[in-house]
Structures are given as C-alpha cells and as structure tokens.
Design a protein around this ligand. Sequence first.
Ligand SMILES: [Zn+2]
Length: 343
Amino acid sequence: MSVQQHYPWHNSTWQRLQQSRQRRHHALLLRGRQGIAKLDFANRLAQSLLCQSPLDNGDACGQCVSCSWFAQGTHPDYRLLTPEQDAPEGAEAAAASGKKAVRKSTQISVTQIRELAGFLELSSHQVDGRRVVVIHPADALNQTSANALLKMLEEPPANVIFLLVTSHPQRLLPTIMSRCQQVEMPTPAEAEALAWLEQQGVQDAANWLAYSGGSPLQAAEAATTGNERLQALATRLAQGQGLDPFATASEFAMLGMEEVMTALQKWLYDLLAISLDTQPRYHLNSLPALQALSKSVDLSELLAYQRDVDSARRSASHPLNNELQLEHLLLQYSKLFSSKART
Ligand SMILES: [Zn+2]
C-alpha cells in the first residue's frame, strides 16, 4: 500500500467527490466495471480522509504520521474487508482430496463483520476520531454478513466512513444500496486507456484492450502474464473440427478454468460476430482462423453451444471436474464444424 497510483480516468470522479466533501455521506458505494482500479480509488480516498493535512485537491499529503502508517499498511483506523484466504470448507475439501488448498473464499463472512463491529467500538487513534472501512468486493457479502453490515449502516458509529466497492451492484441487497451514496465510476475512453497502457510499456496495447473488453488493468495484466497462454488457447480452438478434445482438455485444465472459459466465451462471441457479418471484438490476433472457421459452422448449433458454455460457466463446478467438463465442451465444440465448407 505504498504511494497510490493515480489513474487519469478517476479524475472526474475524484473532483466530484471533493466538491461534495462538506455533505459527505457516511457510506459510499463505488461502482463501475471490472478492471478500472476501483479499489485503488477507494484506498486513495481512504488515505486522504485519514490524512492530517490533505492537499488542495483533496489528496493525502504523503508526509504526516497518518500517511506513513497508511503507506506501511498499519493504519490503526483503517480496515479492509475482503474475502479471507482459504475458506474452511475449501481447506477441508482440499485436505480430503489430498491436494493443496488453493481456493480462495469468495465470501465475506459474518465473523469478519462481527470483528469489524468490535473494532468500531474502540475509540480511534486520531484527534478527529475518523475511521475508514473499505469493503471489497461488496458483492462478496453473503445474506448473513450483509444483514449484519446493514445494521451498522443504519446506525453508523460516529465518524466512520464506509467505502463499498463493487463491479456487480445488482448482487447487493437493495437495503444496503439504499443506505449508500452511489458513486458511478466511468470506464475510460479507448484513447485514454490506450495512452495509459502505452505509458505502462504494454506492447500491442490495442489488441489487449480489445481482448479485455476495454478494461485497462485487465489488458495490462493479460499482456504481461497471459500472452503465451492465450496464444496456446487460440491455436487449439483454431483447429475446429480437427481439435482433439481429450488432449486439449488436459492442456487447458492446467491453464486455469476461469481463464479458459473467458477465452472460449470471447472466441465464440467473435465467431458469431463474423458469421453475422458484424465486428469481432476480442481475438483480433486470430481473425484469419476465425474467418475460416465461420465458413464451416452451423449458426443455430453455434448459438446453442454458446448457451451451453454460458451455463457451464455459471454452474462453475468443483475443480476436480474441470477436465471432464472441458472434455465435454471441447468435444461439442469440434462437432460444430462440418468437413466441407457450407455455402
Ligand atoms: Zn498526510
């Protein structure tokens, strides 16, 4: 948690919040699409709220004792609530299967909210007594923990500011939403995102930004870590009818289910777009292969398959079944293409 990086697409939201500083709500819901650094924004705001002598633009000074606590990640009046590592269920299941626990809990538990209540009962360490709680992602609250949090939002402890962060506001309880001031964070314009990516030294920025659906952070990450894996996926999928579902499934399973399913969904989106004579959006590096495949695909079968993949993803099953599920999906995939081109 060193110096907060400032992203150009945050500027308008930052200025708007500074203008309304005097009538600040005790709970803000920062919402916007995945991969635009909402958590960084929340932390920047948290640091500035705790800073003893903020700058004119509202940013933290970076010099005071509060800022130095914040930079070290030890600020006593700041809490970040996020799903805990190694959920007990995950650990048990992993122990039973003899595998190492690698699954991260996806929920913020009621125990975590109770601990938060305990923290908020104590008095703050600073003169003005302000404390900041960041909840990320707020959609990780389950029914019980959300209700426990709701009680706090309904009767907020003095001088506590809650910053809830989410890419999926529709998954929050309406009662939680209604207790928060909504702060809609914009997705950067393409030119802005590209300029930022190029500044970060990302090669081939336009392609990665397209693949990541316009999210600059995901594009930067995909460009640094995902390049080879993505190429491997695209190479296999480009084989169409000739793809070996069994060999490919075991290869894909090692890449991680989440990434494979995302790549597959985007691949199908593009295949459909080309078949319908509209613009493909994601796998722009594989256009010749997609065009070739589109000539031998049956449109109604493709649509049905796309629905199967979407529902397979939603039901994201146990990790042990991943390879089996992939075999099934890839077998279906290879059958989408006929040996002779359709007219
Ligand atoms: Zn400061």
